[in-house]
Write a protein that binds this ligand. Structure first.
Ligand SMILES: [Zn+2]
Length: 81
């Protein structure tokens, strides 16, 4: 059985849980204030990592908590450089 994997943007066998628990989250970049979106993997909660803004390429501290397929807490803060 094929599952559509949103991380790889194609069907795959290994990310079936991701296909069910990934959501696209829209927020504002803390650096350039541009509206951006990121794919969050809700299968593991909480998560904290650094991701670069797709517009200004500056690093953002991402932290989120989730319950099932709902995001219960999300924060995006600029990384001190
Ligand atoms: Zn930005």
């Amino acid at each position: 059985m094929h599952y559509y994997c949103f991380l790889l943007s194609k069907p795959c066998f290994n990310h079936s849980i991701h296909a069910m628990l990934t959501v696209e989250h829209h927020f504002t970049c803390p650096h350039c204030l541009a509206p951006i979106s990121m794919i969050l993997d809700l299968s593991v909660s909480p998560q904290k990592y650094i991701e670069d803004c797709e517009v200004c390429c500056q690093p953002i501290n991402i932290y989120f908590e989730s319950e099932g397929d709902n995001i219960t807490y999300f924060s995006s803060n600029p990384v001190e450089q």
